[in-house]
Design a protein around this ligand. Structure first.
Ligand SMILES: NC(=O)c1ccc[n+]([C@@H]2O[C@H](COP(=O)([O-])OP(=O)(O)OC[C@H]3O[C@@H](n4cnc5c(N)ncnc54)[C@H](O)[C@@H]3O)[C@@H](O)[C@H]2O)c1
Length: 325
């Protein structure tokens, strides 16, 4: 099966690629630059060499349409996007990449409707409002969306556009709404702090996680396999789904790191600010429509993360650039 991933060199993309290559699929990545450092954490050189890189900007619609035709990709996983801080400081650029870029993916599927069978795209839990915006208990998948960031509004817009492409052109898609994805390769963005804290603990360095409160922690390999499961699903329509890992406080994340990483007691602390997204999301809708979703308990995910970092530390290949500043 030919897969095309936009933004495939990011954290989630690297793990999707690893799983697809392990399963014998052909994978092409459409990204701004070839950047294999995250893949090198979890794949060997021979596996990385099997991935085809196609340089391009997702905001360049005509080029992406040509690329879809050239690759013959039946499944597109669309991950390319700018994160919260860039969308906040430069909303025009944010919308160009996150909204126009997503429209370009759907336009390519429309142009090549004889080739493309399914689009799975990264939405975000940031489409929801804050914890206080909802009744207590898990927030229903179809609860009112009240994003408080441009980033969340752009993701909401993408979900709505996906629905219109199904209504107007019959293009089936699934949008997934991750919360905090953690694990090897998560080295960028505010919610990369728990992963960086694991690395700091391994290196016996103090680290301050920049926020507190309750979080929804999703191990990256679970997230990656969920994207693939959705790409393989035979559902029609344009569903957008919450996904769920462990809903825990940052204090519980720190306690997990201390249980897993020997000698790390007292190294990790956190600030008190809460992230403005309801953490407790109900994932029954995706389970009902797509099936069981992979789940790794927090301690196991932290242990796997530590283990990957530890092996690279021993091999002298562990980058600590993400811990600077
Ligand atoms: N990581 C999380 O916790 C999380 C949570 C919610 C949603 N998401 C969404 O999931 C997706 C992937 O997340 P990630 O953590 O892997 O992101 P990432 O920042 O690690 O990777 C994003 C990738 O997109 C590429 N990219 C950026 N602009 C591009 C452009 N104009 N054209 C082509 N490629 C471009 C980057 O080069 C990078 O390889 C994003 O859309 C993100 O908004 C992630």
């Amino acid at each position: 099966m030919q897969y095309l991933l936009t933004g495939g060199y990011g954290c989630i993309g690297s793990w999707i690629v690893k799983n697809l290559i392990d399963d014998g699929h052909d994978v092409a990545i459409y990204d701004l630059v070839e950047h294999t450092a995250r893949m090198a954490l979890i794949m060997d050189e021979e596996q990385i060499a099997r991935v085809r890189f196609i340089e391009g900007d997702i905001a360049d619609g005509p080029r992406f349409i040509r690329v879809v035709g050239e690759t013959g990709a039946s499944r597109i996983i669309h991950l390319a996007g700018l994160q919260v801080p860039v969308c906040r400081t430069d909303p025009i650029k944010g919308a160009t990449v996150n909204v126009i870029g997503t429209l370009n993916v759907f336009e390519a599927a429309k142009t090549h409707d004889d080739i493309v069978q399914r689009i799975v795209y990264a939405s975000s839990a940031a489409v929801y409002g804050m914890e206080d915006d909802y009744d207590s208990g898990p927030v229903d998948n179809d609860a009112v969306l009240k994003p408080v960031t441009h980033y969340g509004v752009f993701k909401q817009c993408n979900e709505a556009n996906a629905r219109v492409y199904f209504l107007d052109h019959g293009i089936s898609s699934i949008g997934l709404r991750p919360w905090t994805v953690y694990g090897p390769g998560r080295d960028f963005g505010l919610t990369s702090d728990p992963t960086k804290a694991v690395k700091a603990a391994l290196l016996n360095r103090p680290y301050v996680i920049g926020y507190g409160g309750r979080n929804n922690m999703q191990y990256v390999n679970d997230t990656a396999r969920t994207f693939i499961r959705c790409a393989e699903a035979e559902t029609t329509g344009a569903g957008a789904y919450s996904i769920r890992g462990d809903v825990v406080t940052i204090d519980e994340v720190i306690a997990s790191i201390e249980r897993v990483v020997p000698g790390s007691e007292g190294l990790i602390s956190h600030l008190d600010m809460n992230l403005p997204i309801a953490p407790d999301l109900d994932d029954r809708a995706i389970q009902e429509d797509v099936g069981e979703i992979p789940y790794t308990p927090l301690d196991d995910g932290i242990r796997e993360t530590w283990d990957v970092f530890r092996r690279h530390q021993e091999a002298g290949t562990l980058s600590t650039d993400d811990l600077q500043g």
